[in-house]
Design a protein around this ligand. Structure first.
Ligand code: CTP
Length: 400
């Protein structure tokens, strides 16, 4: 089997060194990578590094090896082109179709999916010129990953950091799996809740659940690879931020409700994959609850938490918004799922059978997706990303 052909474009930003890690991820997982740096990128990482790590001679010029017509061949043969880091300059050139070096020529000849991972100072990212260039590239079907927020070159902090190379790799891997299928969530804002809420009893204890957040993160990664703007409301997860997602961290059900409702105001779809505690302790002890010699513990008084899914479904900010819920059931899975779908009022309900080793914390999942229109879509046992793809297929179809 021939290896997937990846072109790694590197433009001239300080984050160029992080592209070495991205390159390794590709080569170590069986991809054939051609690195095409810009002349400026070589100020940060030299040609020798790119050639040695990729096993192909890296060059910036269209005039090297002209007998192989590299300015056309490299782009034509690629299964994926990823530019990381992508500077404001390369985004501008790509948006306007300039072709003055090997990378810009490659971008014009590639007919495969193209991913840009921008990194620059916040002012440059927010400049109307860059905003318009990014919008143009997205409109044409390119995936432009939102930069991360954090420390920039020097003392500055803000939006503009290159996301973690491992997470850029994850987006690219999903884009490669999708092949030439158009990114059908471009221009859409989706909100996903993930993880499990924790309801504190005192400063050291809480009522929680075993949700790892993996299914919600898989939904976020797949939506990003399909071009969506993603807000991920993460409750107590220990997973790396998916590249490009706006991650809002919450602890309790009440905090999750607030974050989800705020993000949902302009969202096209909301997927409630989080395990939200139905109840919380009625009283929070400011100090650690101590045991008293010879005394039985006081019964734990609980109060109801808001049902976020039901509220989202019934009070939609606009009629076209799609709301998806998840249901964990141990028995009478389908009957309970149908009743829950009706009770909550959502458009789709992903029903999982849970048990000792099923779903929680695992990489795989098996489910049935029930729809308000009466249809049922079984999802065979498989990776959580496959389930995520199917959920977004069903959502995309309903968004029209
Ligand atoms: N959910 C929610 N708010 C809650 C409880 C659950 O938004 N307070 C959402 C979950 O995110 C999930 C769906 O509702 O998408 C189903 O949660 P589940 O706990 O399985 O259903 P419940 O309605 O709590 O029903 P039961 O506990 O009776 O099975």
């Amino acid at each position: 089997m021939t290896k997937p052909q990846v072109v790694l474009g590197v433009s001239g930003g300080i984050a160029a060194y992080k592209a070495c890690e991205l390159l390794r991820r590709f080569t170590e997982s069986g991809h054939d990578v051609r690195v095409v740096p810009t002349q400026s990128a070589l100020h940060f990482v030299g040609e020798a590094t790119w050639s040695a790590l990729s096993g192909h001679r890296a060059t910036t010029r269209v005039w090297d090896g002209v007998e192989e017509v590299p300015h056309v061949r490299i782009g034509q043969h690629a299964d994926l082109v990823v530019v990381a880091p992508a500077t404001a300059d390369i985004l501008a050139k790509a948006a306007h179709g300039l072709a003055d070096d090997l990378l810009t020529n490659t971008l014009l000849t590639a007919r495969c999916p193209v991913v840009f991972a921008p990194a620059m100072h916040t002012e440059m990212w927010e400049h109307p010129a860059t905003r318009e260039n990014v919008a143009t590239l997205r409109r044409r079907g390119a995936i432009v990953i939102e930069p991360a927020v954090g420390r920039l070159t020097g003392v500055d902090t803000g939006k503009g950091r290159l996301p973690d190379p491992g997470e850029i790799f994850e987006v690219c891997r999903r884009v490669l799996v999708r092949g030439t299928a158009a990114p059908d969530l471009v221009g859409r804002h989706v909100v996903i809740s993930a993880g499990g809420t924790r309801e504190p009893l005192d400063p050291v204890r809480y009522l929680g659940n075993r949700s790892s957040g993996k299914q919600g993160y898989a939904l976020a990664r797949v939506a990003l690879a399909r071009g969506a703007r993603v807000t991920l409301v993460a409750a107590n997860t220990a997973l790396p931020d998916p590249a490009g997602a706006d991650v809002v961290r919450v602890g309790t059900a009440v905090q999750l409700r607030e974050a989800v409702l705020k993000a949902a105001a302009d969202a096209d779809a909301v997927v409630m994959a989080a395990a939200v505690a139905d109840f919380r302790p009625a009283h929070y002890a400011e100090g650690k609850i101590k045991k008293k010699d010879g005394e039985e513990p006081a019964p734990l008084e609980l109060v109801r938490n808001p049902d976020v899914l039901a509220e989202l479904s019934h009070d939609r900010p606009h009629p076209g918004q799609i709301v998806v819920g998840f249901a964990a059931e141990t028995d009478n899975v389908l009957a309970n799922g149908r009743a829950k779908l009706a009770r909550k009022g959502c458009d789709l309900l992903v029903v999982n059978e849970v048990g000792d080793s099923k779903a929680f914390g695992s990489e795989e999942n098996e489910a049935v997706v029930l729809a308000a229109d009466g249809s049922e879509t079984p999802v065979p046992y498989g990776p959580k990303e496959a389930l995520a793809e199917l959920v977004w297929d069903l959502v995309a179809r309903r968004l029209g």
